[in-house]
Design a protein around this ligand. Sequence first.
Ligand code: HAM
Length: 435
Amino acid sequence: MLQKMKGTYDLHDTMPLVHDIERAIQAVSRLFQYQEIRTPHFELSELYHRSVGESSDIVSKETYDFKDRGGRAVTLRPEGTAGVVRAYVENKLYAEPIKPQKYYYVGSMFRYERPQKGRFREFRQFGAEAFGSEHPELDAEVIAYAITFLRALKLKNLTVHVNSLGDATSKTAYRAALKAHIAPHLETLCTDCQTRYHDNPLRILDCKVDTRHEALQTAPKPLDYLTEPDRQHFDAVIALLKAMDIAYTIDNSLVRGLDYYTHTVFEIKVDPDLLGNQNTICGGGRYNHLVESLGGPSTPAVGFAFGLERLMVALEAAGLQGKVQPLYCYVAALDESSVKYAMALMQSLRMRGLTCNMGFERKSLKAQFKQSAHQHARFVIILGEAEIASKTVQIKDQTSGDSFSVPLDEVYSTIMAQLSTASDCETCGHKGASS
Ligand code: HAM
């Protein structure tokens, strides 16, 4: 039997939770005025080499690269920022009159990583990218957007970790200080860190192997090397988080694994009891030079991305399961000749916004009641020859246990009257058909 590939998964029984998450993404994006953008799942490999960076783990070890039939070097997208920036430049979105331009996206990303809980080879991100303002308000708004999304999902026990790498001058000064500090200990660090020392020294700080190494514990802090304007930017972001009542922790070892970051970097972590080691559900930061380096005008930008699988595990572990859309009417046809009347009744109820289902297997009434119970149907509507002859159906309210006879053309109004205490339906907006 063919099986799914390592690091991939099928989604079926958790779809209600996926839909809750997608509804929250849309609702919160509307509140913050971010527009959806969809970009391709594959791009020229060069895009990721020039943005995420040659020396990043993602590009050096994890991309799915292939040559297409035209001989082009192509990569399945490992993250969303590079593609959105490419689209921003290529479509001249910077010329749009509304500033800053704010986009969000949801979709699959691909990284050839060692699969484990919360780490997949195809995983989904909800990401956001905001272009066109260098002011700290945009950094703070992006963090507020991420936190508001998690509040909409009712997820608690989170920590927002923030740090600043500053711009080029600060980063260069810090890189030199870090290298000078690490140099005497280089041979005692893991082999990956020995390579990082030359290619990407900041990444040594988030090494998972050498976490307890004394050289890392005593390493200089990026914040101590910020130029005055960079320090002011970071202080302003922190002041804005305080003003918006968003709790945060300054994390001196947070550097992020992608090359494009400048200034603010942040991650949102959930309690490790919920997720174990892969407890970072969101990562992001500012990237003021990426648009320009990909051929666009100099445009400051900031964004984030959530890993949706990790978010789902955290929600489930916190007892926040998806909300199943309710089934209101289960129509039980008693015999062959009633089936077409059952179909006609369902169609008229569905057209008016009521969820309906029936059995399609000509089972006994008892078996149909059992099916309706599995589907948590609120009402069972019974239709047989006698009901069709008298144009009257039997309705059983499964919640109260009451049964009543109702003329066929009053089924809808009767059910709506029973539901009238409920609020509006979330899916169809119909009065009374609430979840
Ligand atoms: P990232 O930190 O590489 O950042 O990924 C963001 C989030 O995606 C992680 O915090 C994690 O929750 C999730 N994630 C990453 N890899 C995997 C995996 N193999 N399996 C499951 N989940 C995973 C970025 O991708 C940046 N583009 C974020 C950004 C947007 N920065 C600015 N704008």
